[in-house]
Design a protein around this ligand. Structure first.
Ligand SMILES: [Zn+2]
Length: 317
């Protein structure tokens, strides 16, 4: 990382440094789902351990304590990231001797923290300080320059095999993992969270999010393991995915209805159609909300439901 200006001491996310309490493990044959601390809420995530010839951790973000214990017991050979977000990569530093892999479209966001900030679209000084403080001081995130691109769609761990399913949108290189023998999909941040899908990075893409959700539905897995709170889902899987997708259309309806009068992107963001309220730290969430609204405006204008009038004003057609 480059030299940085001094950072503020407290976490701008308003959350304490992650603790390791509350971790639950569940086995599916050679697969162990490690549900993250605080029910997998950010900055934790759920991790998957493949106990096979090539011992592998997917998304090392569940808990420092649990992952340290795993490394001591098994000596992990390989770490795979579903995408570049810090809550899925933050404990990778515990596996310095492991091979590390991510989809090539997300490679830059894992290899360096600077690359991560770039993919978030952080460019303003103040934002950069806030985000860096949260990432580096709060989460102890490090550069992972040894990370290599996942080149094969089929992954072999020894006896266990998995298919990497490219599900872009949340990030360009977001992937899910299908374990056919266990009829289990690790769906990472297609997470069925009550908030709904996230597409707030500079490089996120809402149309791709919707296509990726359909791709996941087509697999019809018996067991869905999400990256966060929903965790292990075995009942009404498709219904739950549909309800999650529906949140996108509810947001779009709020944006469309607000455009009965001409509004700019900032004007729309001030109405909080995504978060429904002002969320602190506002410099960060304002950027995310603007990015997400922009994705909806792209869809609405492409579908001819909304038109742009003037430099930065939008209105219903
Ligand atoms: Zn994510």
């Amino acid at each position: 990382m480059k030299d940085r200006p001094p950072l503020t001491p407290s976490s701008p996310w308003g959350r304490p440094t992650p603790r390791s309490a509350g971790v639950v493990e569940k086995k599916f044959g050679p697969l162990t789902v490690i549900l993250g601390g605080d029910h997998g809420r950010y900055p934790h995530c759920n991790s998957l351990f493949v106990d096979d010839e090539i011992k592998t951790v997917i998304d090392p973000g569940c808990s420092v304590r649990a992952l340290k214990a795993l490394e001591e017991k098994h000596r992990v050979h390989r770490v795979i990231f579903s995408h570049y977000h810090e809550d899925h990569t933050r404990c990778a530093r515990l596996f310095p001797d492991s091979e590390m892999y991510v989809h090539e479209a997300d490679l830059a966001g894992v290899r360096t923290v600077d690359g991560l900030l770039e993919m978030y679209g952080v460019s303003i000084d103040l934002d950069e300080k806030l985000w860096l403080n949260a990432l580096v001081n709060g989460l102890m995130l490090t550069d992972l320059p040894q990370t290599e691109p996942l080149t094969e769609q089929s992954l072999s761990f020894g006896r266990v095999t998995a298919e990497m399913i490219h599900t872009p949108g949340h990030t360009p290189g977001h992937v899910c993992f299908l374990f056919p023998e266990q009829d289990l999909v690790f769906s990472a941040d297609i997470d069925l969270d009550r908030f709904g899908p996230y597409y707030g990075d500079e490089v996120s893409n809402l149309s791709e999010v919707l296509t990726s959700i359909e791709k996941l539905r087509e697999i019809r897995p018996k067991i869905l393991v999400t990256g966060h709170v929903a965790g292990i889902v075995t009942e009404k899987v498709d219904e739950k995915i549909i309800a999650y997708r529906e949140i996108v259309f509810e947001r779009e309806k709020r944006i469309f209805e607000a455009l009965s009068e001409p509004l700019s992107l900032d004007g729309l963001a001030a109405r909080h159609p995504i978060y429904k309220k002002k969320v602190e730290p506002y410099t960060i969430y304002r950027k995310i909300e603007r990015n997400m609204i922009r994705q909806h405006l792209l869809r609405l204008t492409a579908e001819g439901k909304v038109e742009q009038v003037g430099a930065d004003l939008f209105i219903q057609r």
